[in-house]
Write a new protein. Structure first.
Length: 265
């Protein structure tokens, strides 16, 4: 894993937006895997600014979101489809028909996962998958003990995730306990992965992901098996890492290798 540590969440968002911009510069018709949650909001806002400034187009981009709540219609304010429309899609030049979010309101939610996988395959697979990480180490809604070989399916949320996400729901409002989520194996098949984490509440999950054993108890640790994962985090989220000087040294060396031999992207 490539570990990039910035002072604060604003710098993390800028670096993440740089990364996604570079991906679209390299391949304007990229297939992007996108995440919801509070972490990527600032990154999406930065991408919107770049689009409005005329330097970034999503006209040829296809997207697949990681997950959606079961039981919320797409136009529900707390659905992840609404989140994506509001925070990114409605503000850029993307063709909405090429944006995909699992259908949490399907008559038969069991059938959604295999169909979603088939649609990802038909699009040629995901070029860059953006991820957050849960305080419990989940990626997408792959909760601890999820199969490392899992694919898109219905997943029961843990009490911790239910509590973490309750801030988005009004008191007394229906809050789903089930979601349809890409599996860990689905995520690992993306060609490149960009994981973002900010804040002290993520520090334990981050150290378990980067320096712990590969285990279903920390689903994000499965990313250790991925060839091209970049982790961009702030100081607070990095605070439990024990090998920080090494990560900085690696980045210095990579810069030198790029300067000398070119950027293989
Ligand atoms: P957050 O969620 O960005 O709202 O912290 C991340 C996640 O649960 O994956």
């Amino acid at each position: 894993m490539e570990i990039i540590i910035h002072a604060d969440a604003t710098q993390v968002a800028t670096r993440a937006a740089d990364f996604i911009t570079a991906q679209l510069g390299h391949k304007p018709d990229s297939v992007l895997g996108l995440a919801t949650g509070s972490t990527p909001v600032a990154t999406y806002a930065d991408l919107v600014r770049r689009h409005q400034a005329g330097s970034l187009s999503f006209a040829q981009v296809t997207t697949f979101n990681l997950d959606e709540y079961v039981g919320l219609p797409p136009d529900h304010p707390q659905s992840y489809r609404s989140f994506m429309n509001k925070n990114l899609f409605d503000q850029v030049d993307i063709d909405l028909s090429r944006t995909h979010v699992p259908d949490g309101n399907a008559e038969n939610p069991v059938e959604v996962g295999p169909a979603y996988e088939a649609t990802i395959d038909a699009a040629g697979g995901i070029d860059l998958q953006v991820l957050g990480i849960g305080t419990n180490g989940h990626i997408a809604f792959n909760e601890p003990t999820s199969s490392l070989g899992s694919r898109t399916r219905i997943k029961t949320l843990t009490e911790q995730t239910f509590k973490d996400n309750s801030r988005s729901f009004e008191a007394g409002e229906f809050q789903p306990r089930l979601a349809i989520t890409m599996g860990i194996q689905t995520i690992l098949e993306a060609r490149r992965i960009l994981l973002l984490a900010t804040g002290a509440s993520k520090a334990q999950a981050v150290v378990d992901m980067v320096e712990g054993a590969i285990t279903a108890s920390c689903p994000a640790s499965a990313l250790q098996m991925h060839e091209k994962t970049t982790v961009i985090i702030d100081e607070a989220a990095a605070s439990k890492l024990t090998l920080r000087p090494y990560y900085t040294w690696v980045l210095d060396q990579q810069d030198q290798i790029r300067d000398t031999f070119g950027n293989p992207w």
